[in-house]
Write a protein that binds this ligand. Sequence first.
Ligand code: TYD
Ligand code: MG
Length: 451
Amino acid sequence: MAKVKTTFFCQNCGNQYAKWQGQCNACKAWNTIVEELIQKPEKSDWKSSSVVKRSSKPLKINAIDTSSEPRLSSYDAEFNRVLGGGIVPGAVTLLGGEPGIGKSTLLLQIALTLPYKTLYVSGEESQKQIKMRAERIHASDTNCYILTETKTQHIFKQIEDLEPEVVIIDSIQTLHSDYIESSAGSISQIKECATELIKFAKETATPVLLIGHITKDGHIAGPKILEHMVDTVLQFEGDRNHVFRILRAHKNRFGSTNELGIYEMQGSGLREVTNPSELLISQKDEALSGNAIAATLEGMRPLMIEVQALVSTAVYGTPQRSATGFNAKRLNMILAVLEKRAGFRLGAKDVFLNITGGITVDDPAIDLAVVAAILSSNEDRPLQSDLCFAAEVGLSGEIRPVQRVEQRILEAEKLGFSSIFISKYNKISLKPESITIELVSKIEDIVKFIV
Ligand code: TYD
Ligand code: MG
């Protein structure tokens, strides 16, 4: 009898070892190394000869014809945009996200509305459950087939019979292949199943969309190599308690990673949000202190975001600083700048900061709005509701320019803001009609304006 082959894999990062050890050398995690049976397949093949193989002769780059492969566009404009204009034939896309964020809902919705024959393979839910979900989404379509199966060989058998134009797998962690002995979800299984699916996608030019689970620290579960193998890695994120969901491309071989799609989770599935700014700014009759609006950019899209600050006298010895949706270290830096450069005694105050809508912003252009919100709350003096801000604050209290400022100004103008504060050092050739551009160069200018 042939010797049973085993190796040891770190379940956290996928590193391979010849023998067991307590700590993984690569990711330093403890007790994550597990023995897995591996059986090298004689031939790990997904198909019979019925599908024509694509030739792979070397060609001059000018001679390569791309026109024959138009992208498959779905009805979901946000999804198309994030992918860079639609699904590329033969491309393998991996969609990651926290449990319950809506990955299955998003891909089922796309499967139901795609005008192509689509096979949705689920290893997580039964056909009935998927039907119930589809009824919630209210899509009536006949082009989508549902299969509940986890063995890749069986899936390929069905694919050969059905010949779908798009394949969706929910999720890669539930699949297992006959060629590998270890259990579903283990590193070697994920790697093998992904390899088979990628081979299938490339040889038949069928796009494959995979759902992937993520680990506690937000990475896609399974070997890191999985992200290298696929063409596109998408991340679906958002706060489960809020309605907004953001779809981002982390890697895209066929488009930019700057685009993002915004969705709203509703009772009847995910709805595309085309005008996020209008939803993120709450309409109030009364002006309240501590609120300021930032003209930020998420990917390539301008987004007006409301920043709320609460500054109050600290009750305990150590003042509290807490930020939701904003980097806490950056908040401390801004407070230190206000303390040192503008003379505010914030060291004895509690400061709470909140970005409304449950979204997280890394755009440095939000700094000035944070400063304005803090000062407004500190002075208990409301800002006019038609002001907005877009600039970065430096350590010496200088107001620094931000990228693509004209796009931000245009968005602010479109939403009816009457003035926008930007850095004096931003070069603009734009002459907007209904919005005044206020140029500021140091933090004292803002202080003078608010206090
Ligand atoms: P799901 O797609 O199952 O998440 P994932 O596959 O990422 O684990 O989404 C689950 C959540 O979405 C669930 O908590 C309920 C919510 N939901 C709605 O609010 N409306 C809907 O129409 C659907 C289908 C789900
Ligand atoms: Mg799911």
